[in-house]
Design a protein. Structure first.
Length: 325
């Protein structure tokens, strides 16, 4: 069932002249601006006993604001007993290490067996939190760290911190080709013009910034570390493809297998058989949404990427890095 809420507060004198939507965003800080605006437009906000639905209405200070609304739960999704790799948890948040082949949220083609379904099983009360507390997502075959909120206030604050770029997310990846040095990609990302399930660099897209540095050179590949400044769908994969260094195994964004000359048959098959994008969310750092404590978590590199790295390293040691940059 949906959770009924009724909150009352007073507009501060210092808010004189503010728009109503701005004022309630400052008053009811446990909820996002977009959610509060939806409730306002739906007639869920009263000012001095009168329902107001115009966001631009000016406040004078001293008005009594009453918010009456419903928090929809996630009962439409089924709770399923799926194991979760819990890195950390307390009363407010959970940090998980997501494996490959695990979709985060139900959608077209994947109606269940997702992280959300697992969360509903392990934490039934999380049904009262929108999206079962999910703050950010990882692609199906991207492994690594995700933070999930157990409460509405925790989720609202984490989403706000993400929007303000106060959550640090670092990734380990193997890119195709020899990259000379690190740098930054600052290119907007939007829906692909012809392939509607994919994204692409587009002047009409949303701003996107990815920082990267070289961790290790191989003959025809590069191990890199990346840090997201924004969090667009498929952002790292799109930006690396834009640099003409798509990720190993990422056939959706141009990651065709590249076999070093003179490579052993074993290495060639290993490269051709790597069947996911070589991308892992290795580090997550943020302030706890309730205590304010700075938290930092690390997830070990998954075995498939460890094995690939070792194979590429051995090949490089055997043949050497010729034709330097």
């Amino acid at each position: 069932m949906a959770q009924q809420i009724e909150l009352t507060d007073t507009v501060k004198d210092s808010q004189l002249g503010q728009r109503l939507d701005q004022a309630i965003a400052e008053i009811f800080t446990d909820f996002s601006r977009s959610r509060l605006k939806e409730w306002l437009l739906a007639g869920k906000v009263q000012v001095n006993g009168e329902v107001i639905v115009k966001p631009r209405t000016k406040v004078m200070g001293g008005e009594i604001i009453v918010l009456q609304a419903e928090l929809e739960d996630e009962q439409r999704w089924e709770a399923q007993d799926i194991p979760l790799d819990i890195v950390y948890e307390d009363d407010d948040i959970i940090v998980i290490n997501k494996p490959r082949d695990f979709v985060v949220h139900p959608g077209a083609g994947t109606p269940d067996r997702t992280v959300l379904n697992a969360l509903l099983h392990h934490y039934p009360d999380i049904a009262e939190v929108p999206r079962a507390g999910i703050v950010h997502r990882l692609d199906k075959d991207t492994t690594g760290l995700m933070v999930v909120a157990k409460t509405v206030p925790a989720q609202t604050r984490l989403v706000r911190a993400l929007q303000k770029r106060k959550i640090t997310r670092e990734y380990e990846a193997i890119a195709i080709g020899r990259m000379t040095a690190g740098g930054k990609v600052e290119q907007p990302i939007g829906r692909h013009s012809t392939k509607r399930t994919l994204m692409g660099v587009s002047p009409m897209g949303k701003p996107a910034v990815t920082h990267y540095r070289v961790a290790e050179h191989f003959r025809e590949h590069t191990r890199i570390r990346l840090r997201l400044e924004t969090g667009r769908t498929h952002q790292i994969r799109v930006h690396m493809s834009y640099l003409q260094h798509p990720l190993l195994g990422d056939t959706a964004y141009g990651g065709r297998a590249r076999i070093p000359s003179g490579a052993t048959n074993e290495l060639a098959e290993h490269i051709r058989g790597f069947d996911r994008q070589a991308l892992h969310a290795v580090m997550l750092r943020f302030e706890h949404p309730v205590t304010g404590e700075e938290l930092e978590f690390h997830a070990p590199i998954p075995q498939d990427m460890v094995d690939m790295t070792e194979a590429l390293r051995l090949d490089t040691q055997t043949h050497g890095l010729k034709d330097e940059f």
